[in-house]
Design a protein around this ligand. Structure first.
Ligand code: 5RP
Length: 231
């Protein structure tokens, strides 16, 4: 598989009252996926959207709806998100491993036909997700504590990305939190090719088209170095 940049605007930073307009604007600006932050008020201290919103948005866009479930019981939502029109589901290992249901959740997502990804919070080591990596369409390394947009990029999380990139040269590695024109170099250098960005792409002082292109250019420039590293 050849890796390419995949840029995912986080619609958490959009104007929810104009969700479809903002989603399609980002696609027009060159975005690849639309990142949907699903928060249940328990797993993280914030409450956002659920399957009904995905269902409404699906009627107005053909974009890839990349649904990041920051929820305590992801297993209860998979069927509803599939019916609503989600394209990929990312769940958190911290929500499933203590209950011994990680494999069950993966099987459920994959049998639904959606892409499947697993995520780790900043304090969770990647050894926790190691046993499941060969089943993943991509992995998400959180670069902020999940829950809110507008936080600072945690550069120390790049060590996880570096280690994963060395062991998995063909894996899509997503990073989420604090990605902007200044931090993209650290993420791309470490080996991330799937970029979630909210505040920087919805910043009224920056043209999202330019920022998306910049993200892609920086990643493309770094991709040849990853294969050198991994030989
Ligand atoms: O998952 C998230 C928060 O849990 C957001 O997607 C993430 O923080 C992106 O927003 P920003 O680019 O503003 O940091």
């Amino acid at each position: 598989m050849t890796l390419k940049p995949i840029i995912c605007p986080s619609l958490l930073s959009s104007d929810f009252s104009f969700l479809a307009r903002d989603a399609n604007y980002m696609l027009d600006c060159g975005a690849d996926w639309l990142h949907m932050d699903v928060m249940d008020g328990h797993f993280v201290p914030n409450l956002t959207i659920g399957a009904p919103v995905i269902k409404s948005l699906r009627k107005h866009t053909t974009g890839h709806l990349d649904c990041h479930l920051m929820v305590t019981n992801p297993e209860l939502m998979i069927d509803d998100f599939k019916v609503a029109g989600a394209n990929s589901i990312t769940f958190h290992i911290e929500a499933t491993e203590p209950r011994g249901i990680t494999q069950q959740v993966i099987d459920k997502i994959k049998s639904s036909g959606m892409k499947c990804a697993i995520s780790v919070k900043p304090k969770t080591p990647i050894s926790d997700i190691q046993p499941y990596l060969n089943q993943m369409d991509f992995v998400l390394i959180m670069t902020v504590e999940p829950g809110f947009g507008g936080q600072s990029f945690m550069k120390d999380q790049m060590e996880k990305v570096r280690v994963l990139r060395q062991s998995h040269p063909n894996l899509n590695i997503q990073v989420d939190g604090g990605l902007d024109p200044k931090t993209i170099q650290d993420a791309a250098e470490a080996g991330a090719n799937v970029i979630v960005a909210g505040s920087s792409l919805f910043n009224p002082n920056q043209n999202p088209k330019d920022t998306i292109q910049l993200f892609k250019d920086v990643i493309n420039k770094n991709i040849p170095n990853w294969s050198v590293q991994s030989k």
